[in-house]
Design a protein around this ligand. Structure first.
Ligand code: GLA
Length: 390
């Protein structure tokens, strides 16, 4: 059964001019979201699980611990439904020591700053701020206890845009070394058009860097089904930001043309991953930010960032974003030590992430688009995932 054909122009049109956003249009039928206890945190607080679905059999589950997408089930080209994101079926999985020591951020919301800040340091308005160095010499994904490890407030909703959950969190002034008290809201909306919209809003009491993203790992054949190297990837980017050996951008914006980073035409992820290339050696593999092509005057609007097709299941994932960049991470650090929901170990490159974002280390890179949020301003970004199969 063919249940939907990919339609990039539709995504953009509907997503840009679409109906009022969920956050503006609060809950009506909350019984569309099934709520249960997901587990208990070490401090005794309860994490909840929110499950909802759409008219075409797309089903998802989100926990308010870390805003983690715990499962995302979509039909393949025969109508068979599989879970296409890596993760665990219990809170303990996300809390376990193995997960903490080799934290892969499965499915989580990332903040205050997605990706790396060089040397765990930045200077803002003449003051130097020191952050945790939790990734070799650098700061990664918000520090020792990023937004992926906090308990968010959650409000389920259902309205004419779709069904989902509004998550909110207040990050204290000085939390993980960042300035300003920051109020953050992230809204997950699953629609009957087979889109998942993730909308981020934040305000702050002091100027602070902010770069929020979602860190789902996908395997479009179904989580636990092995390598993602056969998936075909298109990234709408003429350039990427090369890195040093600690994965900090050098500041260069390098054309992808003639390199293994040219994904402008759909190409199997594995085709060039072992090429003799210094950037791939540093990865090791793909772990790079791509500079998205964006028509003049479209700042803050959704553009198609990436499309991934899996040949056996026929599943297609499209990602559109208001962000200037996307981090393509080919799951290089997965090493088989974590066992996922289906009871199968997640080996190297058994999942990939495409993290819409501002560029890594922007607080220290004067030529990158700014990630500084000022008091009185509102941070607002949006990323839309569209699921189909053919
Ligand atoms: C991001 C980083 C990777 C890795 C993963 C989590 O994608 O760029 O280097 O840290 O998160 O394992």
């Amino acid at each position: 059964m063919k249940w939907m054909i990919a339609s990039a122009p539709w995504v953009l049109a509907a997503a840009i001019s679409g109906p009022a956003l969920a956050a503006d249009n609060p809950a009506s039928m909350t019984d569309a979201v099934k709520t249960s206890v997901f587990g208990t945190l070490p401090d005794g607080r309860e994490a909840r699980l929110y499950r909802f679905s759409n008219a075409h059999g797309v089903e998802m589950a989100v926990t308010n611990y870390g805003g983690i997408i715990v499962s995302l089930r979509t039909p393949d080209s025969d109508g068979d439904v599989d879970d296409i994101v890596l993760g665990f079926d219990s809170l303990d999985g996300y809390l376990s020591r193995a997960y903490q020591t080799s934290n892969p951020y499965f499915g989580a919301l990332i903040g205050r700053y997605g990706n790396r800040i060089a040397g765990g340091e930045f200077t803002l308005d003449g003051k130097t701020y020191t952050l945790a160095k939790n990734n070799g010499p650098n700061h990664l994904h918000g520090g020792n206890k990023g937004f992926n490890q906090v308990l968010w407030d959650a409000k389920p909703f259902s309205n004419d845009t779709g069904t989902g959950v509004i998550l909110s969190y207040t990050s204290a002034d000085g939390e993980e070394g960042y300035p300003g008290k920051m109020d953050v809201t992230v809204t997950y909306t699953l629609s009957d058009q087979d889109t998942l919209s993730v909308e981020y809003n934040a305000t702050t009491t002091k100027a602070t860097p902010v770069n929020l993203t979602q860190h789902s790992y996908f395997n479009l054949e179904g989580e636990g089904s092995g390598s993602i190297l056969d998936h075909r990837l298109m990234i709408n980017a003429d350039a990427f930001t090369p890195v040093d050996k600690t994965l900090i951008p050098t500041g260069e914006i390098r054309p992808v043309k003639g390199t293994p980073f040219d994904f402008r035409e759909a190409t199997a992820i594995g085709k060039r991953i072992n090429d003799d290339n210094t950037q791939l050696e540093y990865g090791p593999g793909y772990d790079h930010n791509f500079v998205l092509n964006r028509p003049d005057g479209s700042d803050g609007e959704l553009v198609l960032a990436a499309r991934v097709t899996e040949p056996d299941s026929g599943r297609i994932l499209e990602i559109a974003t208001t962000e200037p960049g996307i981090q393509f991470y080919s799951g290089n650090f997965l090493d088989g030590t974590l066992t996922g929901k289906s009871g199968r170990a997640y080996g190297r490159r058994n999942g990939f992430a495409l993290e819409s974002q501002h560029f890594p280390d922007s607080p220290n890179q004067k030529d990158f688009p700014s990630t500084i949020l000022e008091p009185g301003d509102t941070y607002h970004t949006r990323t839309v995932y569209t699921f189909s199969a053919r």
